[in-house]
Design a protein around this ligand. Sequence first.
Ligand code: S3P
Length: 186
Amino acid sequence: MPTGRRHAGGYTLTKPVYFIGFMGAGKTSVSQYLALTLGLASLDADEYLELLEDRVIADIFAEDGEDAFRDLETRYLKEISERSPRLIGCGGGVVKRAQNVRIMKEHGYVVYLGVTADEAAARIPNTDSRPLFKNLDVARKTVAEREPLYEAAADVYVSTTGREVPEIADEVRDRLLESGVLVKES
Ligand code: S3P
C-alpha cells in the first residue's frame, strides 16, 4: 500500500480514513472541513463514481437498479483504497456489502458519524438526488436496520446530533491523532 504523503498543513495520514453513516450524517462536509483545516486530501466516493461513470447516482438507480450501483460502489471503493491515504466520504449504503467492509478494514480506519433519521431529513434540503431517502418513515426504518452494520464496521463512533461541522471535525481529529492514523509533523 502507498505510504502517506506530506502536506503543507503539517499533518499526514498513515492510512485511508473512511467516513460512514446515514445520508445527511455529514460525511462529505466533515471530511472536507478536515481536509481544509489540516491540509489533507479528501475524496467523496459517490462524486468519484459519478465522475468516472459520467452519470448521476439517481440515474444509475433508475436505469440499472441498486445492485448495479452497488457493484460500481465496490469497484471504486477498491480503486480509491489503493491510492495514497486520504479522507474518504462514503455513500450511506456502503456497509450493505460485507466485501466493502472488508476492503475498508483491510486498508484503513473507519469513522462512523451517527445521525437520527429526523435530523438527517432536516439537513437534506432536497432528497431527489438520493433515491433511497424516500420518506421519513422509510428513513427511520433504514437507519434502524443499518445501525448494527455501521457499528460493526466502525473503528470509532462520533455522534453528530445537534452539533455543527467544526465541532464534529475537532472530535474526529482528536480520535485520529489518538489512534495514530493522523500524525502531526514535528
Ligand atoms: C445511499 C446513500 C447515498 C448514495 C446512494 C445510496 C444509501 O450517499 O450512495 O444514493 O444507500 O444510503 P450519501 O450517504 O452520501 O447521501
